[in-house]
Design a protein around this ligand. Sequence first.
Ligand code: FAD
Length: 417
Amino acid sequence: MTGPAGSNWAEVYDYRAAALERPTSVDEVIRLVERGTPLRALGSRHSFNDLADTTGALVDLAGLPVDLVIDEEARTASFGAGVRYGELAALLEGRGWAIHNMASLPHISVAGAVATATHGSGDRNGNLATAVAGLEFVNGAGRLVRLSRSDADFSGAIVSLGAIGLVTRITLDIEPSFQVRQDLYDELPWDAALEHLDRITSSAYSVSMFTRWVGETIGQVWLKSRMDQPVPPTELFGARPAAREEHMVPEQEPLNTTTQGGVPGAWNDRLPHFKMGFTPSNGTEIQSEFLVPRARAVEALRSLREIADRIEPLLLVTELRTMAADQLWLSGAYGTDALGIHFTWKKLPAEVTALLPEIEARLLPLGARPHWGKVFTAGADRVAPLYPRLRDFAALVARHDPQGLFHNAFLTRTLGI
Ligand SMILES: Cc1cc2nc3c(=O)[nH]c(=O)nc-3n(C[C@H](O)[C@H](O)[C@H](O)COP(=O)(O)OP(=O)(O)OC[C@H]3O[C@@H](n4cnc5c(N)ncnc54)[C@H](O)[C@@H]3O)c2cc1C
């Protein structure tokens, strides 16, 4: 039976928390922490595992006022942290501003995305957390803490996994609004992809490749090109321009996908793959993802192709994306440019859990880091060594949460903290 907090978005995880709280002010958030019992922030529930969960109360911060404040000189926007990207993006675009990138879906909360180093794509684009210029959170002592880039703890506090407190307000870097066109190409030969990976992923502002691993071609390549940058190539290493709009999951109609066919549109209508107001992705699914250091990317892809026949029966689609290196301690791209190898699985939890150790055995030795919000099986013995600043993070957590109010089973199992 599901508890008071119900299930995650994909309905593959039932929260075990004893209660669900919905504060509407920072004062209420502080009072919840002052109770001195376990609690954790809950975003828009788009993670696929027990990362958010607690034995105590889950705290949904979507009711905090959005209260958008744009500082045109500093080129930043501050807002209540529970807001979803889609809502924030519409407000920014309405005032002529943009953020540098978006995830595949606009439905996720900004705080939840930032806490897990959620990313879009683009060789030169850092993940979404890299746009954070400031943060306010209520720590385990019930104190409202404000951090900005000049603070020593800043790089540890952004991708926090919810472990240092309840984030109430976020400040993001913004830039003048820009237009983007989205062009699709079909059937990119695998040989060309492996030989020219860098040239393909740098052929537009944001590039995604979708594959089912089997066969000699990668099914689709999506190029998202800024209209203020060079036009997309007419020829893409043997892939042919798509004749019509497409969904990345084979045999699905492109009803929930953002406009393709090279039609220019606002950044927030093209950078996500999926439209707000529709179910993103497939809806019935599990997701896993591994962020592979860029220097090992081709090796990782070759290795997974060897087990394509075991992956394919469980798979809806794999997406390959890139991101720029950053300095956020728990980011998948900490200290290295990275290739994200993502799996949208059919909702077959037992089969997926049985296959993941094989995938992890191939990728983790290459330095690949599992996406925090998706399903993986590796424990702290293999995950913790992937994060050189983990000790510093544990010390940061101990300072802000001395009683362990925000601690949970996920942190012990995957990081040993
Ligand atoms: C259909 C679909 C598509 C996706 N596409 C992408 C993608 O393109 N790229 C990508 O990288 N990931 C993607 N994801 C994964 C998703 O972005 C992450 O799981 C993200 O963390 C979800 O945010 P959320 O608001 O739902 O957070 P939740 O899942 O609710 O929580 C995640 C973590 O954030 C913490 N948290 C949430 N709010 C706060 C707060 N206010 N203060 C402190 N901590 C907080 C929680 O405690 C928890 O630890 C996708 C997921 C789905 C379901």
